[in-house]
Ligand binder design. Structure first.
Ligand code: FE2
Length: 137
């Protein structure tokens, strides 16, 4: 059962909390970042592709942190790492499509959010429970 962490915002719903404080906080910040970009993208001045690239970079940094935690705990991470790598390639492809005018920013932000929710449920929850298991042995 995921524990509540008081510093988390409403952007990270209970169902997506995985019970690892570090990762929940990072996930929360990423959801807040996507939300802020969505709001700005719908605003009059819009957002730059640079802001979207910075968001993709924030994901890359977060993925590296997850990998570091798994490695430090001796947890096998190959499949999970491949999911991260695949996502970064897809984000990059989508960003290039935005630059060429073939994809709109909102679609990208909606996609990234959908991908993230799915990834937390399918991969990060299992990682969190393995980290908890390793910490208690
Ligand atoms: Fe992950």
């Amino acid at each position: 059962m995921a524990e509540q962490t008081s510093s988390l915002s409403e952007m990270l719903p209970i169902e997506l909390r995985i019970g690892n404080e570090t990762l929940d906080e990072q996930h929360d910040k990423l959801f807040c970042r996507i939300e802020a970009l969505k709001t700005a993208a719908f605003g009059d001045s819009g957002i730059s592709v640079i802001a979207l690239r910075e968001c993709a970079t924030a994901f890359a940094i977060h993925f590296a942190d997850e990998e570091g935690l798994a490695k430090a705990a001796g947890i096998e991470f190959l499949v999970h790492r491949n999911e991260h790598a695949k996502a970064l390639r897809l984000f990059d492809k989508a960003l290039r499509e935005i630059e060429r005018g073939k994809l709109d920013q909102h679609s990208f932000l909606r996609y990234i959010e959908y991908w993230f929710e799915h990834h937390i449920t399918e991969h990060d929850k299992r990682l969190a429970s393995r980290l908890t298991d390793k910490a208690s042995h």
